[in-house]
Design a protein around this ligand. Sequence first.
Ligand code: ZN
Length: 358
Amino acid sequence: MYRLLLCCFFLILTCQPAAATVEIALSGHPPVPLTEVYQREGTSFLAVDDVLASVGLVGRWYSVEHVYKFKTPRGTAVMSPGSQFIRIGGDFIPLAHKPRFIDSRLRVAEDFVTGNLQSLIGQTVYYRNLNPVLEEEPGEEGSLDRLFAFLLSKKKSTSAAVLRGIEIDPGHGGEDSGVIGLGGIKEKAVALDAARRLEKLVKMQMGIPVYMSRDDDYALTWKKRFEPATRDDVDALISIHAQGAFSPAAKGVTLFVRPQKQESDEAAAGTKTGESLRLANALKASLAKEGLSVGDIIEAPLLPLGRGDLPAVLIELGYLSNAEDKSRLTDSQGLDQVTRALYAGLKAYADKQKEFQN
Ligand SMILES: [Zn+2]
């Protein structure tokens, strides 16, 4: 299962157990699960002792000095609760969240693992949160459900053109880097770069509006992320990600759609799920035609796909842990090749739908 490490995913399975778990691993090592996960400030906090142990480091709390020290290849690192910095010698490394004592253990936010830790030990750290905090704004309780209810009732006008507009959703953003791959490349940056190129192609060549969930490097609530999809003229959602795996050999594009509905309730709500699959098939065909390796289309209940009837496909553009994929996704020509293929797939899907209407 780790070959297909969906560490960037917000896997929301209805049958998911309530216990929060994260996994941390160094390249070539089996992942270490941590089960003590505290949700604070809209993120997950982990015991610093557990985090360090998972990558072979040791540290301890000095109660008199009121600091926590641990040895790294760069020297002894010092952190303290309430301080926004880690100190190594004369260097001060900023932390996105201050460490804090929760249940009598010093804990760090998960961005310590995905950001600071990698630079401290000088190698890639894979991190996967199986139960991430849903970034709902305070007082928004239930609003995501209402949003999905809205998407579920979204009806496409049969008289209008098939694709009147689309939402492109570059995954992650801001403090949420997504996967961190070879050379420290961040998934959020790759996703945004690819999304912008696709946006441009669709606007220029299809002449339809494109709504981006984000157009820069900032975090989004789920509500904000899906907001463009609720527009009346949005007829498809494309979510763009890239993934990482423990095995450097894992590579290629992967497409995800919502789980297919059972035949029995096809009449009620199944048709649009079929649309998602049709869109995914069109994208897959054009990616393959462009010479990119594409795996099977996977049906999974991923939150970024929403839960409504809007045709939606989540694309993992490749593995940032694989040298070949990584160089394609960090190269302008490589990204153009991928986005050209995505555009061609989208166009083929739209043309096919027009045929059906005529
Ligand atoms: Zn992702």
